[in-house]
Design a protein around this ligand. Structure first.
Ligand code: NAI
Length: 409
């Protein structure tokens, strides 16, 4: 018989903002029936009311879970952000309340990689300006500087999830790949690591950027880097807007040092579709501009739905916090012991002794114990082979500095 954390009909799952139906399906397949689904975000008042009884909440980017709101959610055990980022949640406060926050950081990797490949081909064929002219009734039938991507060199800056996917796809088109990363990476296919950004810029026909936004990457492509790029090279940025200095790129395009560019991300992006969008790249017809949609595909949404639901169910069923953005990580399979106790506490000396004492003082043998701590909290999972003794849970709850405790059996 399948073991559940507790009667699953008691676990209330609140899913907002029309998270993908994959999430609902996954919860149901795993025995969760008490699911409330809303297509839209709730008003603050409605959210507050629903949070009084919710054990698990799933949101996208419009629902904000700040300190005040979290304090009004006494039963909440986990938050799922069905998004890449988690800015909409006060993750530190959630941690201090013993609530892990999960997201889906890599669900749209493939979507971004495909867009980059398409842009690389379009730019190297000079399609954006021919397209713009054709829309203006101009017929520019010329082979001009149009080239095949086969045999050309693609320089990938940042060989992480997206960069390495781009590498695989580009290589299958016959491109030569060089990449630069600050960390040593497992090289895929025939890609070649280079030792410096400049080395990459010097040899690449197209350069594509896939680094995070950090102090080190801010404006990592500026005037100097553009000047080092090959004459007639193209630049693609689908990472973060502050990684590339677009003024320098505009200058490179104006002087025809660069043959084209594609940008999906910008230092200042409109907060909604109603706001105007301005960039120095708008004057160039050989630039592809997209409104930060590199990862926006049906498939990415479906992946996000499944990935976050899987993490929430796993945590609820087993206590596993793998993939939580704000929590110490413990990875465990489904419980095979008679009972599993989860105890989240402030990380102060003596708590663990009291936790253990709650078992040993009753003559209960602890068959396994897993502990992870950070400077703020401790998370311990204990397993026993004894028969259920509910008084243990009560005692665990009353230990000083306890944040949350529950049982999985
Ligand atoms: P990742 O974390 O898997 O890979 C980033 C890579 O950059 C890592 O290998 C890291 O070592 C490397 N790196 C970091 N600093 C570096 C530096 N100074 N020089 C060279 N390499 C450096 O990240 P992932 O998932 O591949 O995402 C890459 C970027 O794409 C991120 O900025 C992310 O925000 C952005 N992104 C954009 C989307 C869009 O819609 N346009 C969608 C998804 C992600």
């Amino acid at each position: 018989m399948k073991k559940y954390s507790f009667d699953k009909s008691m676990i209330k799952v609140l899913l907002l903002e029309g998270v993908h139906e994959n999430a609902v399906k996954y919860f149901k397949e795993n025995g969760y029936q008490n699911i409330e689904y809303h297509k839209e975000a709730l008003t603050d008042e409605a959210l507050e009311e629903k949070l009084r009884n919710a054990h698990i909440i799933g949101i996208r980017s419009r629902t904000e879970l700040r300190k005040d709101m979290l304090k009004k959610a006494p039963k909440l055990i986990a938050i799922g952000c069905f998004s890449i980022g988690t800015n909409q949640v006060d993750t530190r406060e959630a941690k201090m309340l013993g609530i892990p926050v999960f997201n889906a950081p890599f669900s749209n990797t493939r979507s971004v990689a495909e867009l980059v490949i398409a842009e690389c081909i379009m730019l190297m064929r000079g399609i954006p300006e021919k397209n713009a002219l054709a829309h203006n009734r101009v017929w520019l039938k010329s082979s001009g500087n149009a080239v095949e991507v086969r045999g050309k060199t693609l320089g990938i800056v940042g060989y992480g999830h997206i960069g390495s996917q781009v590498s695989i796809l580009a290589e299958s088109l016959g491109m030569n790949i060089v990449y630069y990363d600050i960390l040593k990476k497992l090289t895929l296919g025939n890609a070649k690591p280079v030792c410096s950004l400049n080395e990459l810029l010097k040899v690449s026909d197209t350069v594509t950027i896939h680094v995070p936004s950090t102090a080190l990457t801010r404006n990592m492509i500026s005037k100097e880097q553009v000047s080092i790029m090959k004459e007639g090279a193209c630049l693609i940025n689908a990472s973060r807007g502050d990684v590339v200095d677009y003024k320098a790129v505009a200058e490179g395009l104006r002087t025809k040092h660069l043959a084209g560019a594609a940008a999906d991300v910008f230092p200042v992006e409109p907060a909604s579709n109603n706001e105007p969008f301005i960039t120095e790249l708008q004057e160039f017809s050989n630039v592809i501009l997209t409104p930060h949609i590199g990862g926006n595909t049906v498939e990415a949404q479906a992946n996000i739905g499944l990935e976050v639901a899987e993490k929430l169910v796993k945590f609820s069923d087993t206590g596993s916090t793998i993939g939580a953005v704000n929590f110490v990580e413990i990875s465990l399979m489904q419980n095979t012991a008679k009972q599993r106790f989860l105890h989240i506490h402030k990380n102060v000396p003596g708590v663990l002794r009291e936790v253990n004492n709650s078992f040993t003082s009753r003559g209960i043998n602890i068959s396994a114990e897993y502990l992870q701590t950070d400077p703020d909290i401790g998370y311990v999972i204990l397993e026993t082979e004894s028969e259920l003794d509910k008084s243990v849970l009560k005692e665990l709850k009353n230990i000083r500095h306890t944040i949350k405790t529950r049982m999985v059996f």
